[in-house]
Every structure is written in C-alpha cells, then in structure tokens.
Design a protein around this ligand. Structure first.
Ligand code: ADP
Length: 224
C-alpha cells in the first residue's frame, strides 16, 4: 500500500493563539518501508501521526492510500478502513487490564465480528516471544512483554501499515531495544510497512528511512 501526503498542513487556533503544527508536509511511504520520524516535544509528531492515520483531518492538503483520498471517506468508511488496514502501537500499551494477553490481542477482530486465524496467532506470538504468556493478565507481564502483546494486537487484523507512537517511551533501554528488534523482525519477516515516531536518535536510526520534524516541517535524512 502506497501512502502519499501532499502539502499537508494543520493549524490550531487563530489570532495570537494560532499554531502551525504541520507546515506543508510532503511524504511518500511505499509498501515495505520502515520509517522513523524524530523530533523534539511540540514539533508536530503526534499531529502528523494522527493525520497520516486518518484520526484527524488537515487544515489543507491531501492524503491518499493507493490513490484514494481517505479524508473523503465518511465516518463509518474511515473507521472500517482504519480497523482493517492500519495497526497502532502506543507508548502506554493501552491493554485492557481485565482481559488476558490473548483476549487483548484478538479484541480488534471481535470488534469486527471476525474469528482469529489460530495459525497466524501462533506465528505472531512465536515471533514476538509471548506464546507462553497468553493466559496472563497485563499486570502479570513486564513492560516489554506488554508492549509485545500490543504489537501482536496491532498485527492481528493483518493491516498494511503499523503506526507506532513512541513505542519505547515507557520502557527501559534494554526492553526498548528488544521491542525495536521485534519491529525490525516484523518488517523483515512479514514485509509490513512500519512508521515509528520517536524523540530518541538510537531508535530512529534503526529504521530504513529516517525523517526529522522541526516546527512542523518534515525533512528526510540522507543516510550515508
Ligand atoms: P509532538 O507530538 O511532537 O510533541 P504535537 O503534534 O503534539 O507535537 O504538537 C505540535 C504543536 O501543535 C505544539 O505546539 C502543540 O502545542 C500544538 N497542538 C497540538 N494539539 C493541539 C490542539 N488540539 N490545540 C492546540 N494546539 C495544539
């Protein structure tokens, strides 16, 4: 799936409280890319992620997935599109505390009235090293394991792209490194497209294409 943002801008407020959170961002993500977007706090990272994933609309500009303008979808079409085609990983894991790891992983399918593909679930949980932990509740797991459960949940509906918002922000550096290795494995072995937002240079450098964002202006870093 190819994603193309053209002159994407987001302006909050007006008058003296006007903030240009994103300033004419142009970005092409090709199927199989692993991109990182690095920038300091307040630079526009979350805004860009929300716009790229259709959680929010721009002030101006366009965003297409395989040539289709997703901002032209109605609410129902957009939420179905997001549920089926896009996976999310959050800094805070966002697991439901009363559900087991397995129940958390398959929840997106149940919301879509679909049954899990058990062979795929086994493949995924093996790859993520959490197959022996599926009956555990989130609080019985380490932070790194919880994030791996969240990665499995993001992948269960077989989306085309995974957006990860500071996926290692709540983890110590060892667990954070392991989570990034898992994302690299998923990229290499499953051929998924991955976009990671981070303020950590080491994390950003693990991606295949690197971008920086400063004051809402996105630039690609040329890796030599
Ligand atoms: P980052 O994720 O890099 O920390 P954000 O995308 O959250 O940055 O924010 C970019 C800029 O837009 C910041 O100046 C922030 O204060 C502003 N901003 C973000 N969301 C809103 C909002 N809902 N209303 C007003 N300003 C906002």
């Amino acid at each position: 799936m190819d994603i193309e943002a053209k002159d994407l801008s987001k302006i909050y407020g007006s008058g003296i409280s006007r903030v240009v959170a994103l300033d004419k961002v142009n970005l092409k993500i090709t199927s199989g890319d692993f991109i990182s977007i690095m920038g300091p706090s307040g630079s526009g990272k979350s805004t860009l992620l929300h716009l790229l994933s259709g959680l929010d609309g721009p002030t101006s500009g366009s965003l297409t997935y395989d040539g289709k303008d997703i901002y032209s979808f109605n609410d129902k079409e957009l939420s179905a599109f997001r549920r089926r085609r896009i996976g999310f990983i959050f800094q805070q894991f966002n697991l439901l505390p009363v559900l087991s790891a397995k129940e958390n992983i398959i929840m997106p399918l149940l919301l879509d009235r679909k049954q899990p593909d058990e062979a795929y679930l086994t493949q995924l949980t093996d790859l993520l090293g959490i197959r022996g932990r599926l009956a555990h509740l989130p609080h019985e797991l380490s932070g790194g394991q919880q994030q791996r459960v969240a990665i499995a949940r993001a992948l269960i509906a077989k989306p085309d792209i995974i957006f990860a918002d500071e996926p290692t922000g709540n983890l110590d550096s060892k667990s954070g490194g392991e989570v990034m290795e898992m994302l690299q494995n998923i990229w290499k072995k499953m051929g998924k497209t991955i976009a990671v937002i981070t303020h950590d240079r080491h994390i950003a450098e693990m991606a295949d294409r690197q971008f920086t964002i400063v004051d809402g202006i996105l630039s690609e870093v040329t890796v030599v």
